[in-house]
Design a protein around this ligand. Structure first.
Ligand SMILES: [Fe+2]
Length: 386
């Protein structure tokens, strides 16, 4: 089947890539830019450094550091108000997935009618907004190169997924040096999220010849670098590998799709405010075990690429090793079970579990999974991951 493939027109990769922000901003011919980030990036001085780099080439910068983890429609509205008040002609998203998604959403809402919820789903954003530069500081969500944002809808208490080419950054600056100070637990959570992106892109019913090579490259890079990045945060080699893994997964999954892990993860984030990477990580081994029968040869290739099995092993054995390997990876990275991550007791969790299963199915992601689950099966999977 024919499939489109979209990536930003400029991706600059390597140590020091973020220093290019001024030169890249200047290309758009704007006088003022909105730097969208969070309070940590502001307090640690990185936001100031990026702003100085742009001011150095004559682009004035207003900093909006009000993005919360897993941003909501209210964050987008607040940032949009700052953009308009200061007459900013472009946005720069600096940080993890949250500030980058918020920056991308502010850009499209600068030219499209509110509310943002009307654009939830696929290909519904009519117009491209002001230019976007993305600079990730974690590895990673891949948000620097995706045409997707996930924004909380505060009215309905769900996470909206909005996918549209108009959300694509014009320039992504991928600088592993910015990830060196990422703390181990965050490195673990977003690192497994990267692996989920790559594996879901590879096993999805929408996988295609342009996404497979990036997905497999990302899986290999995670297997070679994630544990080292977690245990030895100062390893530049591991940080460089994970940044590339995140980038390759970020190229693969929006051009294929995510599947059931992401579908089940978003309701957990919306209701229990579990960070995105962690909510994916806690579900990953259980959902993989459930899904293998729909694409056993693809999952076996994942197992071999991860080094959990070899070409000489049977498909069944490779897939057994994959599930065991992913469970051990979570243990090694000190990723908790679902119950601990949600910080509620099971009866409380069960009060919402049918809504969560239905919200998961309504997001559309489970329909791309190698095995398409029923709502009852999703309830069962939440319990198995508990
Ligand atoms: Fe993700």
């Amino acid at each position: 089947m024919a499939a489109p493939f979209n990536i930003p027109s400029t991706i600059i990769v390597g140590g020091g890539a973020s220093n290019e922000v001024g030169a890249q901003a200047k290309r758009f011919g704007v006088k003022k830019a909105l730097l969208v980030t969070d309070s940590y990036m502001e307090s640690c001085g990185l936001a100031g450094k990026v702003a100085d780099s742009m001011k150095g080439v004559g682009v004035n910068v207003t900093v909006f550091a009000g993005v919360q983890p897993d941003p909501t429609d209210l964050n987008v509205l607040e940032g949009l108000e700052v953009l308009r008040r200061n007459d900013c002609g472009m946005v720069v998203g600096l940080g993890g997935g949250s500030p980058m998604d918020c920056a991308k959403a502010i850009s499209v809402m600068s030219v499209n009618d509110p509310p943002i919820s009307r654009y939830a789903g696929l290909h519904k954003v009519p117009r491209k907004g002001v230019p976007i530069i993305t600079i990730p500081t974690t590895a990673g969500t891949g948000a620097e190169v995706t045409k997707v944002v996930v924004i909380g809808d505060t009215r309905r208490n769900v996470k909206m997924m909005i996918l549209d080419i108009n959300l694509m950054a014009d320039v992504a600056l991928v600088d592993y040096e910015l990830t060196m100070s990422c703390p181990p637990s965050l490195t673990a959570n977003v690192g497994v999220d990267t692996l989920v992106h790559a594996v879901e892109a590879y096993v999805s019913v929408k996988a295609n010849p342009m996404t497979d090579p990036f997905a497999l490259s990302s899986i290999r890079l995670v297997s070679e670098n994630l544990l080292t990045a977690f245990k030895e945060p100062d390893s530049a080699e591991a940080r460089r590998g994970m940044t590339l893994a995140s980038l390759h997964a970020g190229i693969a999954f929006p051009n294929s799709s995510v599947c059931l892990v992401h579908g089940m993860s978003r309701p957990i984030g919306a209701l229990y405010h579990v960070p995105h990477g962690l909510s994916n990580a806690v579900l990953f081994p259980t959902v993989t075990e459930f899904s293998i029968s729909g694409a056993p040869e693809r999952y076996a290739a994942v197992s071999r690429t991860m080094g959990y099995s070899t070409e000489a092993d049977s498909e069944d054995y490779a897939n057994e090793r994959l599930v065991a390997g992913l469970r051990k990876l979570n243990d090694d990275l000190q990723i908790p079970r679902l119950g601990k991550a949600c910080e509620v007791d099971l009866p409380t969790f069960d009060e919402n579990i049918v809504k969560m299963a239905n919200d998961s199915l309504a997001s559309g992601s489970p329909s791309n999974n190698p095995v398409i689950p029923t709502a009852e099966q999703i309830v069962d999977l939440y319990h198995k991951a508990w």
